[in-house]
Write a protein that binds this ligand. Structure first.
Ligand code: NDP
Length: 313
C-alpha cells in the first residue's frame, strides 16, 4: 500500500470514529451552555461557516449567523430558522472596520455580549498547482487582519463565566511553521515565530508586511516563503501564530473571566473555496470547531487541532 492509500485509510477511519463520537450526546453535567449562550460565526452564509452555525444551533445555542452580503446571509439564516433553530442574522464584513463596529454595537445592545466567537471568514484565489499572488493583499487582509480585528473588537464583549468564553479560528495545515512540504525557508524568522519569547504582534505584522512589499516589487519568489498557495499559507501561518500569542495574552485574565482561544484545520473540504473538490464534507469540516468551542471541562488554549486531535503548529 502506498503512502496516499495509507493516508486515505487513516482519514476514513478517523472520519468514522468522529461520526460515532458525534452520536454520543453531551450529558447535563457536561453541557455548560444553554439557549442564552451566544455564538457568533463569521462568513456563515455558506460552506464550513454555515455548518458551524447549524451545529451550534442544533446543540441549543443562540447563533448569530453573519455574512458580508445581507441578502445571502438572511437566506442562510432563514434555512436554519425554518428548521426551528435559534438563529439570527447580522451583516458583518471582517475587512470593513465600520461594519465590525456596527456589529459590535448591535451585539452589545441586543445581547449584552457573546460567549463564543468563530473566525471562519476566509478567501483563497488559487487552485491546483497555481500560485498567483495577484490577490495577496486581500488574502492576508481577510484571513489574518479580519480575524485579528474581530478578536480585538469582540474580546471586550466576551461575557464572564465559570466555563470561560471561547474563540476558535478556522485555519489550515498549510499555515504550519514546520510543514514538511510547505514552510518558511528563512530559519531565523521561523525560529523567532516559533519561540514564545520572541513572538509578538509586531513580528507577525512585520512578516506579512514584508511579504506584501515583496509581492509589490516582485522579489517574493526568491525569499523563502511557503511554496504552496504562498499568500494563503502565510495568512494562515499568521492566524496560527496570533492564536498562540493571544492565548498567552488572555491567560492573565482572572478566574471567571477566562477566554480560551484555539485554531484548527478543517481538512480539505468540498466547498466553493476548493471548487467542491476535497475529501471532507462541510459537516465534517465544521465538527472540530464546534467540538472545541463546546469542550466541557477541559480548558485548552493556544493549541492547533484537526479532527478533534491536537496537531503541531
Ligand atoms: P467558502 O468560500 O465556501 O466560504 C468562505 C466564507 O467566508 C464565505 O461565507 C465568504 O462570504 C466569507 N468571507 C470572505 N470574505 C469575507 C469578509 N471580508 N467578511 C465576511 N465574510 C467573508 O469557503 P470554506 O467554507 O471552505 O472556508 C471557510 C474557512 O475554512 C476559511 O477560513 C478557509 O480558509 C478555511 N479552510 C477551508 C478549507 C477547505 O478545504 N475548504 C481548508 C482549510 C481551511 P461570501 O459568500 O460573501 O464570499
Amino acid at each position: 500500500m502506498g503512502n496516499k492509500e495509507r493516508a486515505k485509510e487513516r482519514r476514513e477511519k478517523r472520519h468514522q470514529e468522529i461520526s460515532f463520537l458525534r452520536t454520543i450526546p453531551y450529558s447535563d453535567h457536561q453541557r455548560w451552555w444553554s439557549s442564552d449562550t451566544i455564538a457568533v460565526v463569521t462568513g456563515a452564509n455558506r460552506g464550513i461557516g454555515f455548518e458551524i452555525a447549524h451545529q451550534f444551533a442544533l446543540h441549543g445555542l443562540t447563533v448569530i449567523l453573519t455574512s458580508r452580503e445581507t441578502k445571502v446571509g438572511e437566506e442562510a439564516a432563514n434555512v436554519l430558522q425554518q428548521g426551528g433553530l435559534n438563529v439570527v442574522f447580522h451583516q458583518l464584513d471582517v475587512v470593513d472596520p465600520s461594519s465590525i463596529e456596527l456589529f459590535a454595537d448591535w451585539v452589545n445592545q441586543t445581547f449584552g455580549g457573546i460567549d463564543i466567537l468563530v473566525n471562519n471568514a476566509g478567501v483563497n484565489f488559487n487552485a491546483g498547482s497555481d500560485n498567483s499572488v495577484e490577490f495577496a493583499e486581500k488574502v492576508i487582509g481577510t484571513n489574518y487582519f479580519g480575524t485579528k480585528n474581530m478578536i480585538k473588537t469582540m474580546t471586550p464583549l466576551m461575557r464572564p463565566s465559570a466555563s470561560g468564553a471561547r474563540i476558535v479560528n478556522v485555519s489550515s495545515r498549510l499555515g504550519r511553521l514546520n510543514g514538511r512540504r510547505n514552510r518558511i525557508g528563512n530559519l531565523s524568522l521561523r525560529q523567532q515565530l516559533e519561540d514564545d519569547d520572541s513572538l509578538s504582534e509586531e513580528l507577525i505584522e512585520q512578516t506579512v508586511t514584508t511579504f506584501l512589499e515583496q509581492v509589490k516589487d516582485g522579489s517574493w519568489t526568491s525569499s523563502g516563503w511557503p511554496q504552496v498557495f504562498t499568500d494563503y499559507s502565510l495568512s494562515k501561518l499568521a492566524v496560527n501564530t496570533y492564536t498562540r500569542l493571544m492565548s498567552r495574552v488572555l491567560s492573565d485574565r482572572p478566574e471567571g473571566q477566562k477566554i480560551y482561544i484555539n485554531c484548527y484545520c478543517p481538512g480539505w473540504v468540498k466547498t466553493a473555496m476548493t471548487g467542491w473538490a476535497g475529501h471532507t464534507s462541510p459537516e465534517e469540516g465544521a465538527d472540530t470547531a464546534v467540538w472545541l468551542a463546546l469542550l466541557p471541562d477541559q480548558f485548552v488554549s493556544g493549541k492547533f487541532f484537526a479532527e478533534r486531535r491536537e496537531i503541531n503548529y
